[in-house]
Design a protein around this ligand. Structure first.
Ligand SMILES: *[C@@H]1O[C@H](CO)[C@@H](O)[C@H](O)[C@H]1NC(C)=O
Length: 225
């Protein structure tokens, strides 16, 4: 009899515990398109959708690693298949894989250790639109960004329709890629870094390119800040 008596209390306790566990275990990203043109926002995990100028997308993701980016010059049919000029993810409106160079990426890793999230604005896959990525709750004040118009100054050999590609995928030479033999800055990564000091410019740019805030923080990702 006594176990029955306490059952309602136990059930409501369980519901409250699940609720709090649920709310604290997802991370929210407020994605906003401030570009004067439409972009097709992409997120893995999360999928993708068109964002006209001024529109926002609120994304809740499980604590994991992921990327958010903008695609430009896209055409999709009714079933969400088509292609994009930059950042295309195998022709799908709702991405399941990361995109094709060039694209500027907001990358994150939630709750990696010590209750910390790590995040950056990466130019490792090139650049298509300006971006900022920063916390909007809590006391953390770090901000990752690349606001410069890199397309305009892009070296000729990296130029691509709608963007500026990374040297590894564009020139396909080991010396521009991160290999076991060498994984350091190159003349091209230094070009990106000089334009955008608060970006992540090559595969080991952790010291000045990556930022951290405590887990539970919510973030904004702005295209064309
Ligand atoms: C959408 O495009 C895909 C790929 O080109 C094609 O296979 C599919 O039939 C198209 N669907 C519609 C409804 O047009």
């Amino acid at each position: 009899m006594s176990s029955l008596k306490y059952k309602p209390f136990f059930v409501s306790f369980l519901i409250i515990a699940l609720f709090f566990d649920y709310t604290s275990s997802t991370t929210t990203f407020y994605v906003r398109n401030k570009c004067p043109f439409a972009v097709w926002a992409a997120a893995v995990p999360g999928g993708g959708r068109e964002l006209r100028s001024g529109e926002s997308w609120v994304l809740d993701v499980e604590p994991t690693r992921g990327q958010i980016w903008a695609r430009t010059g896209c055409v999709f049919n009714k079933t969400g298949q088509g292609k994009c000029e930059t950042g295309d993810c195998k022709g799908l409106l709702e991405c399941q894989d990361f995109g094709t160079s060039p694209f500027t990426a907001a990358r994150y890793a939630i709750d990696r250790f010590n209750n910390l999230d790590f995040f950056d604005v990466s130019l490792v896959d090139g650049y298509n639109v300006g971006m900022s990525f920063f916390p909007v709750t809590g006391y953390c004040r770090h901000s990752a960004r690349c606001k410069a118009n890199i397309i305009q100054d892009c070296p000729k050999e990296l130029q691509a329709p709608g963007g500026c590609r990374d040297a590894c995928s564009s020139l396909k030479e080991d010396k521009y890629c991160c290999t076991p033999a060498y994984c350091g800055p190159t003349v091209y990564s230094e070009f990106f870094k000089e334009k955008c000091p608060k970006s992540y410019s090559y595969a080991k740019d952790d010291v000045t390119g990556m930022f951290s805030c405590s887990t539970g923080t919510k973030y904004a990702v702005i295209f064309c800040p």
